[in-house]
Ligand binder design. Sequence first.
Ligand code: G4P
Length: 533
Amino acid sequence: MTNPAAEAARRRTFAIISHPDAGKTTLTETLLLAGGAIHLAGAVAARGAARRTRSDWMKIERERGISVSSSVMMFEHDGMVFNLLDTPGHEDFSEDTYRTLTAADSAIMVLDAAKGIEPQTLKLFEVCRLRDIPITTFINKMDREAQDPFALLDEIHSKLAMDTAPMYWPAASGQRFAGMLDLNTDEFVPFRRLEHGEEGLGIDERQKRGANSFMAEVRDDVRAELEEGVELAREGLPKFDLESYREGHLTPVYFGSALRRFGVLELLKGLGAHAPAPQAQKAMVKSAETDVEPGRTDVSGFVFKIQANMDPKHRDRVGFFRICSGRFQRGMTLKSAAGKGFNVHNPLMFMAQEREIADEAFPGDVIGIPSHGGLRVGDSLSQSGDVVFRGIPNFAPEILKRVRVRDPLKQKHLRKALDALGEEGVTQVFKPVQGGDLVVGAVGQLQFEVLDERMKAEYGLEVIFETSPYQAARWVSADARADLEAFVNKSGSQMAEDVDGAPVFLGKSDWEIGYVQERNPKVRFSSSKERAA
Ligand code: G4P
């Protein structure tokens, strides 16, 4: 099939959000197993370990056991193509997560059945809210003693302000966990504990025998509990409603155990049935507001992430490009709105196990475009060069520091290295208009550590971060050019330029920014910059 609209319709591009330890890695592995993309249990973890040893530039990642770099995994199941975008889990990386979510059409929220909503779940959820993407809930670790399902759903409802529609209802948990009832078809899905070291998805039994016959095998006390729960759930909880889910007001809830490979096929089936396929995206096409439909012939998309030095031997950069329309074919030239062309000879497809060269790709897919610089996070590329997608903003940095290099002869190198890391979104770089040390901004402290580490490992630069007199950065704009110019001239030493040369006002405190804002009503102060291209 080569029709982009039809190919888009069978694609589901999604991300998983969760608090550390809730089971994201295990769920990812089980999903890939279901898709036949991997055959060995433990493959994802092993791959992670291998990658970590290879990329020793990223020592922090290893030391802290966090995954700073994220990747894309593609797999097929039941005629559908799934693109799983891995989001970095650390709280300091909400900006990175946000960017990844700009490329996802929906998200799975994984909760630990014993813990419910945890702090990081909440943070990531808020990031999803910014994007308005539909969320499917997977309550994991039902093979362990879990909280009462009503209490869990109630917590989701009250903390996330979303209706919860259970798709299945669990029969007990922990040692007594017996399976779950499909609330739609009334079929019982029995839980079979996989033997130690046994592989597979634990579903063969069910496929061989009528599902309902298993109900009779469930212990009396568990069955009574299940029947009562199901009755209460049917009476008191909302039913699944597609529109409400798509609008982000309701989350369908699945139960299971990623580790025991239980409930994951049901989750996948739910994603296939309800999660949105790639939709039309808002863009400016030749200066006209346009909804770019996936079926449009002109291949278009945007770069949501840049990863440098995936292979430390080559200073390579890979732009993660999410396709929004058309049928991409290897060798195509894609152009930015500024007219810069990228001939994509060797696009990477992120199949579950390794990077492969892609021959073709469709809306919803992510390809890696190798480049030696020149690509930016937020760049729109298309065959025609006419398309500029909207809504891929830069976050306001919350911490600003002055940066100097220890060896003064390396000042130029510093600038170059910072520009490169700035393009990648590792940091934001501000250059004071009247000269002086560069100011770098980050959303969290950890970003500075990453920056420091990479400056050393990749560029051989010893840098010093110093407290800066500034605490906040605001992009400034105005309807009339003269108003902006007047403000820029007046603000002299507090003006800087970002990596694209856009004017930024550096404030000494939030109070000062409020004050300056009040005195300059014609100037807009914005805490994030929505990239034009
Ligand atoms: P994360 O990526 O969200 O941080 O979580 P991860 O999958 O690494 O899972 C965290 C721990 O929870 C792991 O145990 C994992 O085996 C366990 N786990 C995940 N899903 C389930 C489940 O459905 N049931 C049970 N009982 N445990 C589950 P660990 O001991 O920390 O690591 P490991 O040594 O087992 O790899």
